[in-house]
Design a protein around this ligand. Structure first.
Ligand SMILES: NC(=O)C1=CN([C@@H]2O[C@H](COP(=O)(O)OP(=O)(O)OC[C@H]3O[C@@H](n4cnc5c(N)ncnc54)[C@H](O)[C@@H]3O)[C@@H](O)[C@H]2O)C=CC1
Ligand SMILES: O=C(O)C(=O)Cc1ccc(O)cc1
Length: 363
């Protein structure tokens, strides 16, 4: 497609969308806006934007597509700004915010009838344009709240074809309920777990070193942008308060079970959680990205890591992360190698099977 695209907010999401747009529509002009000049500079250096503009007032009138990819309370300010500006008749305005109810209500109040709400359900705890990548949204759900703008939603999907995401339409209220449960609430809990651990750091100096394994994994999302999560939780306050109230009851029930040493029900607590989790679909991306990990049971000798990574490099298989599981006390270690895609993990498995006799596991 041809046309002028403005991306406001050149961060992880705005930057990644910019790359996808350029790949699918090389003839489109991408103009970037960001309050931080360093972010604009980096987006230019990385070739994500063609030009920059100081603000929407100066640039919006030429735009065919405007993407607001800022923290959600900033997005509200930008919507207010847009109402006063001259715009093309067929312009499409969309956002990428993690909440939809307040944004959709505001767009309606402001009479912005070219607005199609959007939320790509993929991302990371990393922020900023430096972390942007074209495959971020591949196979991920991309939720749309078009309201009455069905036709504009179809054109928006064409613009966003390069994301290779799976578009799903929903209502703002259902959106905020669902993302509250599977994304926003887990973020609150992850940050709360970290804050709890921090309280004991003084009296237990070994704690942070012990926390390097599983604890680090389940609290990864607590390293996300505090500004972004402040805005999300303040927007989705009602759903989150309900969820936290329910959680309080669940925790009180758990305290009761432990006090009573109720073996059967404590087992049931873990059993039902395991069953639901094990039944969740894998291999598709969601708010919690799938990690394509391969466990390699390697002998503990010098050079074993470079041997394994060397085989992968020979076959040109990219890895995204590598670490050693330190939970075992015997002389062996387990190397955990993460890959960007399922295909890469399968190729790595075949590659290592042909070069070594190390045991390989897929978790
Ligand atoms: N990080 C993630 O994993 C995901 C984030 N989202 C949503 O997408 C939006 C953007 O998130 P990220 O890209 O992760 O954030 P980010 O922090 O990486 O980038 C945000 C960018 O917006 C700029 N900015 C802030 N206020 C601005 C304003 N008023 N005008 C112009 N630029 C402004 C910042 O300088 C920054 O460069 C948020 O609404 C977030 O809720 C949606 C899906 C996933
Ligand atoms: O890093 C993670 O696991 C995330 O949860 C990423 C994320 C953050 C915000 C969203 O609205 C959607 C996805």
């Amino acid at each position: 497609m041809r046309g002028n695209v403005i991306i406001v907010g050149l961060g992880l999401i705005g930057g990644s969308l910019g790359i996808c747009l350029k790949k699918a529509h090389p003839e489109a002009k991408i103009v970037g806006i960001d309050t931080n000049p360093e972010h604009i500079q980096l987006a230019k250096v990385l070739g994500i934007i063609d030009e920059s503009a100081n603000d929407l007032t100066e640039s919006a009138s030429d735009a065919d597509l405007i993407i607001l990819s800022t923290p959600v309370q900033q997005t509200e300010k930008l919507l207010r700004l847009l109402t006063g500006l001259p715009l093309k008749e067929n312009v499409i305005i969309t956002d990428t915010g993690s909440t939809k109810e307040k944004i959709m209500i505001l767009a309606e109040q402001l009479n912005i009838n070219s607005f199609v709400g959007g939320h790509p359900m993929a991302g990371s705890h990393k922020s900023g344009v430096a972390a942007a990548k074209d495959i971020l949204f591949e196979n991920a759900f991309y939720l749309l709240t078009p309201g009455g703008n069905k036709e504009k939603a179809e054109i928006l999907k064409d613009w966003l074809i390069g994301t290779k995401a799976q578009f799903v339409e929903t209502t703002p209220s259902e959106h905020d309920k669902m993302t509250g449960i599977i994304s926003h609430f887990p973020h609150l809990i992850a940050s709360s777990l970290v804050r709890e651990a921090e309280k004991f750091q003084g009296e237990l100096p070994l704690l942070s070193r012990l926390a390097a394994g599983g604890f680090r994994d389940i609290t990864r999302i607590a390293s996300s942008s505090p500004e972004m999560w402040r805005d999300i939780t303040l927007h989705n306050d009602r759903n989150l308060i309900d969820l936290l109230e329910g959680w309080k009851l669940e925790m009180e029930h758990l305290i009761d079970l432990l006090r009573k040493q109720n073996e059967e029900e404590v087992f049931e607590f873990f059993q039902s959680a395991k069953q639901f989790r094990d039944e969740l679909p894998v291999r598709t991306r969601g708010a919690i990205p799938a990690f394509h990990d391969l466990y390699v049971d390697v002998p503990d000798y010098p050079g074993v890591i470079s041997e394994v990574t060397g085989y992968l490099a020979e076959d040109r298989i990219s890895i995204t992360n590598i670490r050693i599981l330190e939970t075992r006390e015997d002389i062996y270690g387990v190397l955990v190698i993460s890959f960007q895609t399922e295909e890469d993990r399968e190729r790595a498995q075949t590659c290592l099977q042909s070069h070594t006799d190390y045991d390989l596991f897929i978790p």
